[in-house]
Write a protein that binds this ligand. Structure first.
Ligand SMILES: [Zn+2]
Length: 327
């Protein structure tokens, strides 16, 4: 299905292409903090035209569509010679797109690397799920086949959220549910969740999206914001590009993804209105060491996120944009 113009394509096929991080596409020669979502194949095919400047990447185009759909500002790709990614026609708005992901967790992941970011389909699920498994838990081989039947039990029982620490909370459920929860934990599952909005609105087979587990304690949205700020403040490139534009309104759009530390991504499992209080919008302004007037943080898998508009945080739901694209 071809999405309407301006819509964000969150069909399962698009997500597989974007998020698959198997060994064949892992590219450690590129800064791991900036996920190269445009497959290296494109470069090898000789389509990279240096005279035309930097090609627009999928993650950039995706972010630009989200920003335009929400703010109404038309943006044109502007990163011809290494500057900011997008500018408005009048030059008053600049947009830079980046990704915060977890280099250390990726390096430590080993055999889980093939699983992270991939999807497993199951016709028996009633909705799509996100599952994070402990990367230190063995054996990982075949874990998706062992986990799926137990997810189906939870799905059939109408349950949408299980984490290792909450197993005790199922003591009053049916024996089949208790057994499924116990077995998931035995398989190293840290969290299994089907957050609101995870299913694309187009016809699809429900899938399990495998995400990174460890890598910090997920305590609150403020803590998640701190982790993102620490990553952004450790590299000056995004700030420099925005500063060079002299734009009055400077937007930094940060994707987090299935490789980002769970301490960050936990806040984006649910839409803000459905989240627990500690995972609601951050309670403080962002603290960045560069000239960013608008900060966006959005999860590529769940499409949930936040935006700082210069004075307050607002919830972002990019899957809603898909259903009702801006005219
Ligand atoms: Zn689904």
């Amino acid at each position: 299905m071809v999405p309407a113009e301006g819509a964000v394509d969150i069909s399962p096929s698009a997500l597989v292409i974007v998020q698959h991080r198997g060994p064949s596409t892992a590219d450690d020669s590129v800064s791991p903090l900036v996920m190269p979502t445009q497959p290296p194949l494109r470069h090898r095919a000789g389509r990279l035209d240096y005279m035309a400047g930097n090609p627009e990447r999928d993650d950039e185009a995706d972010a630009q569509q989200v920003v335009t759909a929400i703010t109404g500002v038309r943006l044109a790709h502007a990163d011809r010679y290494g500057g900011a990614d997008y500018r408005s026609v009048d030059g008053s708005v600049a947009l830079e797109v980046t990704t915060v992901t977890d280099r250390a967790a990726k390096a430590a992941r080993g055999p889980l690397l093939e699983l992270i970011g991939s999807r497993s389909s199951s016709a028996d699920l009633n909705e799509c799920w996100l599952v994070s498994v402990n990367e230190r838990h063995a054996p990982l081989k075949g874990v998706s086949e062992r986990v799926l039947p137990h997810l189906v039990v939870l799905s059939s029982a109408g349950l949408r959220y299980v984490r290792r620490q909450s197993a005790y909370g199922f003591r009053n459920d049916a024996a089949s549910v208790r057994d499924a929860v116990a077995e998931l934990i035995r398989q190293g599952v840290e969290l299994a969740a089907s957050p609101t909005g995870i299913c694309p609105r187009t016809v699809h087979d429900h899938t399990v999206l495998w995400t990174a587990g460890g890598g910090g304690v997920a305590s609150s949205s403020d803590a998640a914001l701190s982790a993102v700020e620490k990553d952004l403040n450790a590299r000056a490139d995004n700030f420099d590009k925005l500063a060079d534009t002299n734009a009055a309104s400077t937007h930094l759009f940060v994707w987090v993804d299935s490789e980002t530390s769970f301490a960050v991504t936990r806040a984006f499992l649910h839409r803000v209105e459905d989240a627990e209080p500690e995972f609601n919008l951050p309670t403080r302004a962002p603290q960045l060491s560069g000239p960013v007037t608008n900060l966006w943080i959005v999860h590529r898998g769940t499409r949930n996120g936040w935006r700082w508009d210069g004075s307050v945080w607002r919830a972002v739901s990019a899957s809603t944009i898909t259903a009702t694209p801006s005219p």
